[in-house]
Ligand binder design. Structure first.
Ligand code: NAD
Length: 354
């Protein structure tokens, strides 16, 4: 089996994590590094090994020995780099968010479709062991309640992806949100809010309630948490997706089905040594790269597609529209202005990939 040869574009925090994860996947190499910051790609070359480093991603795209690219530069640069990679015939892993606007995401989507390359967006949490477990325990929640601390642009996309492409399988039909600007985060990207509460309604009558609350932290709940309420049970994904608890009692808490995912702290060198699933092994980062490589090898569609990356931006746009107008958004009518289908079958793909 020929090795898959990747190049890392964007040698920052996530670049390091994905390069380490790639090293843990059999038959995968990272051979080149690009970063616009002078000296940054060289640092990666020195640290992780490979053939060359450059400040010019075009050198990577022109290199016929490279099969695919790991792009994690931040959403302002993702669309242009992704389009260039697709035109060059390189398979693409791209960190979330794929873009800052639906229009830019659509342009990227068209380039990916025209090229036929495999594209996986880094909605890693869908493959996180605790999330996969919760989805199995409560496959069709009546109500989902989620929360996340941090910025809308960088974090809401992960959790909205889980809600609309994993936990709830029926199409999204209504969106209502209220909130405000309390922290002044990322004012260039997502006004009119940096915190919101959203209620999402689905065609089967199920609902999700989601709180995105800017800077804040709850040591007990973790940066993200979700509760999935089913007929006779509730699954609780806690502590940044390290744990999945199940309660089947009414009023009482039943911890008899506790799953604790592996914890590979990026600051614990000893754990790295023993780690066969890369850093942050509990969050699905290793699984997402492995899934992309499997798709490249067998030609199948990866579980998290460019359509999912674009669709989450449309859900965010509906939330922002509801915040501005204070109205319930009729989601199918809202979507019709872009004439794009809702992606389907994501949840089943994610579960079977686990
Ligand atoms: N999935 C996750 O768990 C997760 C976690 C954190 C961040 N992210 C996402 O990963 C992306 C990167 O975040 P980060 O924390 O690694 O950022 P970072 O700032 O640490 O790294 C980004 C790097 O990209 C480089 N860069 C910028 N524009 C470039 C260009 N045009 N060509 C080449 N290099 C360029 C920068 O110089 C920098 O070194 C963001 O989109 C973020 O939302 C995902």
């Amino acid at each position: 089996m020929k090795n898959l040869r990747f190049a890392c574009i964007g040698c920052g925090e996530m670049g390091a994590l994905h390069v380490l994860n790639a090293k843990a996947i059999p038959g995968v190499e990272v051979v080149a590094y690009a970063d616009v910051r002078p000296g940054q790609a060289e640092k990666f070359l020195e640290q992780y090994g490979g053939d060359y480093a450059t400040t010019d991603p075009a050198r990577i795209f022109a290199d016929p020995r490279i099969d695919g690219v790991l792009i994690q530069t931040g959403p302002k640069h993702h669309p242009a780099l992704g389009i260039a990679a697709a035109k060059a015939g390189k398979h693409i892993f791209m960190e979330k968010p794929v873009a800052l606007t639906v229009e830019d995401a659509l342009e990227l989507e068209r380039a990916v479709a025209a090229s036929g390359v495999r594209f996986l967006v880094g909605f890693c949490n869908r493959l996180a062991p605790a999330v996969v477990r919760a989805k199995r325990l409560v496959p069709k929640p009546w109500i989902t309640v989620g929360q996340c601390a941090d910025s809308i642009v960088h974090q809401a996309c992960h959790n909205l992806d889980l809600i609309v492409h994993c936990f709830h399988e029926a199409p999204l039909v209504s969106v209502y949100a209220s909130g405000g600007t309390y922290y002044g985060l990322e004012a260039d990207a997502h006004l009119p809010a940096d915190s919101f509460i959203a209620t999402l309604g689905f065609a089967d009558g199920s609902q999700a309630s989601y709180v995105q609350h800017g800077k804040g932290y709850n040591a007990l709940m973790g940066k993200y948490s979700f509760q999935l309420f089913g007929k006779d049970r509730c699954a609780y994904i806690a502590k940044r997706f390290k744990e999945c608890h199940l309660s089947t009692g009414l009023g009482g808490v039943d911890h008899s089905h506790v799953f604790t995912g592996p914890d590979f702290s990026p600051t614990d060198a000893a754990k790295h040594e023993q780690n066969v699933r890369g850093p942050h092994g509990y969050m699905g980062h290793f699984e997402e790269l492995a899934a992309l490589c499997a798709s490249i090898r067998d030609g199948s569609e990866p579980p998290m597609t460019i359509a999912h990356g674009r669709h989450v931006l449309q859900v965010e746009a509906a939330i922002m529209a509801s915040l501005s107008t204070k109205a319930v958004i009729d989601y199918p009518a809202f979507l019709s202005k872009w004439k794009t289908p809702q992606p389907a079958k994501a949840a089943r793909a994610a579960v079977s990939a686990s």
